[in-house]
Each structure stands twice: as C-alpha cells, then as structure tokens.
Design a binder for this molecule. Structure first.
Ligand code: NAP
Length: 493
C-alpha cells in the first residue's frame, strides 16, 4: 500500500472530551515530509479555548467521571483492548511516522510500532500490580505508604520518537489512574492524533485522554500554568525544561522532565576494534543522531586513536542517505530545515574552534538530497572540553572524538558536560567496564553495546541537566503515608 493512502485529505482534528473537534478559530498548520520538505497534510491548532476545554474534561473525568472510580483491573482491560487495536493498525502508524519524521520505515515498523503495542501490554500488567508498603515501627504502630495518581497530567512530547514515546508515557499515565492531556511536537503530531482514535475505539471514557496539537508556547504554557493540571511531564530540550520549571513556580506543580544529552562513549584499547567501530558509528548516526541518548562524544584510548578514527571514517562513508521507505537507505533525513540549520551552525563552530574535520561537514550536492534535510555523518577529531561542540547537544549525525591516556582521564572527560543522560563503555575487561560505568554521572550506561533493548522495563533517568524526576509509572504517582497507632490512649505524655 502507498503510505500516502493512509493520509487524511481533511485536516486532522483535535481530540477533546471523547470527541474529534475543530478549534473555534479553525486555524491549521502544515504537516511536512522532511525528505522532500513537502506538505502532505494539515492539522488543527488548538488555541486557548480548546486547552481550557481539555483541562476541564480531564479534570471532570478524574474527579467525577467513571475513570476516577474505576478499579485498576478495569483500566488494565481497557489498555489491553487499545493495544489490540493498535496492533491491527501498526502498518498505518509506521507509515505515518515515517512520512512525518523522515525516519527509517523498518525501524518505525519493526521496533517502534512493536514497542508501542508492547507499552499497552506492559502497563496493562503494571496497573494490576500497583502496591505500597506497610512499615512496622513498633508493636503498636505501622506506617502505610500508598501510591496515588496525581490527577490530571499534561504530557508534552518531542518529535524524535513520537509514537513509541507517546505510547509509553500515556500508558503509564493511565495505568497509574491519571487522566491525560497530550501535546505532541508541532513537527510530529499525527501519530498522537491517530492514537486518539485508538483510545476512542477501545472505549476509554470521555475526557480520560485528550490530544491537543499546536504551539508549545500556547498549549504547553497553559498546561504548565493551569491550577487544574496536577502534573506536567515534558520530554524535550533542556532549555524548554528550564522554561517549564520557571513557568510552574506559581502553582508549585509536580514537574517531570526528560531532557537532552551529550553522551560519552568510551573505547578502551583492548576491544575488538572493528566491532567497536560499528557500535560507535551506530551510536551517533541512528535516526541521524536525533536520539536523546546518542553517543555523541567518542572518547578513545590514545594507543588506538588514529586507527579507530580511520576505520570509523570508512564506516561513515558507507552510509547511504535517502528516504526512510527505501530499504537501501542507512542515513535518514533530519526532521526539519530549521533543525538542520542549527546542526550546520554547530558544524561551522566546530571548524572555527579548531576541531579537526575528518569527514562530512559539507552539504550534499545531489538535488534529491538538497530537497530534504540531510546532513552527512560528520567526524570531528581532537575535540577538547572547552569547545562548543563538546559541550552542547547538536542532535544530528555529528561526532566529537577525544583521546585519553588513563582510565581516570576517560572518566573525567565523560563527566565534563552539564548533561547526564547516557553513555557507553567498550572493553573486554568486565571489571573495568563495570567500574567505569559506575563512575559516569548518567542515568543509563551501555557496556559493550549501545542503546537499550528494554527501556520500558528499566527506564533511565536523566542526571544533571538531562532531567528531573523518576521514570516509568512511578513518575505519574504520588505517595501518601498514613501513620497508624493501634494502642488505646497512647498519647506520649
Ligand atoms: P523541544 O523543542 O524542547 O520541544 C519539546 C516539546 O515542548 C514540544 O512539544 C514543544 O512544542 C513543547 N514546548 C515548546 N515550548 C514550550 C513551552 N514554552 N512550554 C511548554 N512546552 C513547550 O524539544 P524537541 O526539539 O521537540 O526534542 C528534541 C529534544 O528532546 C532533544 O534535546 C532531546 O535530547 C530531547 N529528548 C529527550 C529524551 C529523554 O528521554 N531524555 C527523549 C527524547 C528527546 P512545539 O513543538 O510546538 O514547539
């Protein structure tokens, strides 16, 4: 089937209080395919009235509607039903995700769509296993620690993995018993609007899930500031996260943030070099480097430094840029021209600040590629911690390579940024692998591989400026401790 056959001709509508709606002012925005920079659909932009309606609906569904009273078993059944509906529509979702985000169809279909269905199954199970604890204090006293849903959660999403991340987060929100107002990125809105159809068909009560597309500074800001929204979670850039912290201060709302990264990938000289080179290449070019945990700072032991760079260059030069639907493509487009422009500015800074350009670093000339937002894999060697490209997240296929002599120096280099999201260590010495992994100040570390296969079972948290709060279902719950004294007349006086 042609992927465009899945695209609706009319603008995609917002989903509020169990109904697909057109906003009062009927304003739309363009949905673009980044491979050709062609507009292929339109979606409605929520304005303030729609945000107000969605907050009211989510509030009512939690406070008065059936959702707030529904036993976890029933929530679980609804999640399973929705997962089954999504399972039937995996092909459609994968095509839309590939069209809108420019990513690899194979990755969207056989990893992200599968993981999205898995999120429904996993959190349906989680909803059945919610538990607290009883803490015995003395013979007469016990403390009961219980976990509650926050209430209304505003979930603000990024564009780099909207379907999978959206499913994982919304399912956790619902399994915990909250209601949700979902705000996808303006550059990747369709999968969440389609997902609203899934929740609708599965029979979730009105107002439990609401999806608002449009501007982050309007919708996101209202969600953050509304006293009727109990919690806001945002996955996105660190500067947006800081803005949300600032904007949430008047309501002292619970805020959870999953933010940017500049993850180190340390290579010791005892590795199988060919194998480690392939991992290092994958770690920074997967989804064209638009992965929060990408290994974008390669820290290589000096004894193999030049040899490693040479082999890595050769691996990078094998990559074939193109449309994510083409099975030959191994390097996909960046999401948007503006984002590609920001990546080019970093490349120019790298050159200007004296990093050694090994390969890439110049735009493609082929017209097929210049129509899209392609950036060739770019290697900078001899990058030092004072350089902008070492410190700041670029979010494109740009790798900074730095040599080290001692284990202590490798760790110091790994830890010398403001971020603490992820990292990798490659060595055959497992004692050293674990020792170094424990010393890197990040929420997730891969040893002798890169990227997690099981994020949902063991989600990583962002350390330092990479995040705020815990991950998984606990993120969407709040604790209460009830102190119980069973003794009569036990006043301590
Ligand atoms: P972004 O520009 O920060 O946007 C994230 C979301 O925030 C979007 O939905 C955006 O809406 C919204 N937003 C913008 N301004 C806002 C405001 N004033 N108040 C509330 N919300 C606002 O991030 P992005 O470019 O979409 O995503 C890339 C970033 O996400 C990278 O830094 C990446 O590392 C990070 N990320 C982190 C993780 C993780 O797990 N730690 C996972 C994935 C991505 P608009 O689109 O309408 O502007």
């Amino acid at each position: 089937m042609n992927p465009y056959d899945y695209v609706k001709k009319e603008p995609y509508q917002l989903y509020i209080d169990g109904v697909f709606v057109v906003p009062e002012d009927k304003v739309t925005f363009d949905i673009q395919n980044p491979v050709k920079n062609q507009i292929f659909a339109k979606a409605y932009k929520a304005g303030k009235p729609e945000v107000t309606r969605a907050v009211k609906a989510a509030r009512k569904a939690f406070d008065e509607g059936p959702w707030g009273k529904m036993p976890p078993r029933e929530r679980s059944k609804l999640l399973l039903k929705a997962g089954q509906i999504l399972e039937q529509r995996k092909e459609e979702f994968s095509c839309i995700e590939t069209l809108e985000c420019g990513k690899s169809y194979a990755g969207a279909r056989y990893f992200e769509a599968e993981m999205s269905v898995d999120a429904f199954e996993y959190y349906a199970g989680k909803a059945r296993c919610l538990e607290g604890k009883a803490v015995p204090i003395d013979n007469n006293t016990v403390n009961l620690v219980q976990w509650y849903p926050h209430g209304v959660v505003g979930e603000i999403l990024p564009w780099n993995g909207p379907l999978m991340m959206g499913c994982q987060k919304i399912c956790a929100i619902l399994a915990a018993g909250n209601t949700a107002i979902v705000k996808p990125s303006s550059w990747a809105s369709l999968s969440m609007l389609l997902l609203a159809e899934v929740f609708d068909e599965a029979g979730f009560p009105s107002g439990v899930v609401n999806v608002l597309t449009g501007s982050g500074s309007v919708i996101g800001d209202m969600l953050v500031k509304s006293p009727d929204v109990d919690m806001v979670a945002m996955t996105g850039g660190t500067s947006t996260g800081k803005h949300i912290i600032e904007a949430s201060k008047d309501t002292v709302k619970d805020v959870a943030l999953e933010l940017g990264g500049k993850s180190p990938n340390i290579i010791f000289d005892d590795v199988d070099i060919d194998d480690a080179v392939k991992w290092a290449r994958w770690a920074f070019t997967q989804n064209s480097g638009q992965v929060c945990v990408s290994g974008t700072r390669l820290i290589v032991q000096r004894s193999i430094y030049e040899q490693f760079i040479e082999k890595l260059q050769s691996e990078c030069e094998k990559l074939i840029p193109g449309d994510g639907f083409d099975p030959k493509t191994t390097l996909t487009s960046l999401i948007h021209r503006d984002h590609a422009q920001s990546v080019w500015e970093y490349i120019e800074k790298g050159k200007a600040e004296g990093a050694r350009l090994v390969c890439g670093g110049e735009p493609y000339t082929d017209q097929k590629l210049t129509a899209g937002n392609f950036v060739p894999p770019t290697l900078f060697a001899d990058v030092t911690p004072d350089m902008t490209i070492f410190k700041e997240e670029i979010f494109g296929p740009v790798l900074c390579i730095t040599p080290f002599d001692s284990e202590a120096e490798a760790i110091a280099l790994a830890n010398s940024t403001e971020y603490g999201l992820a990292g990798g260590v490659f060595t055959k010495n497992m004692k050293r692998g674990l020792r170094v992994a424990q010393k890197i100040h990040s929420g997730q570390i891969y040893v002798n591989s890169y990227f997690s296969k099981a994020m949902i079972e063991s989600p990583g948290t962002g350390w330092k400026q990479s995040g705020l709060g815990v991950a998984g279902i606990q993120k969407y719950m709040i604790s209460k401790t009830i102190f119980i004294d069973t003794q009569e007349g036990s006043l301590p006086m």
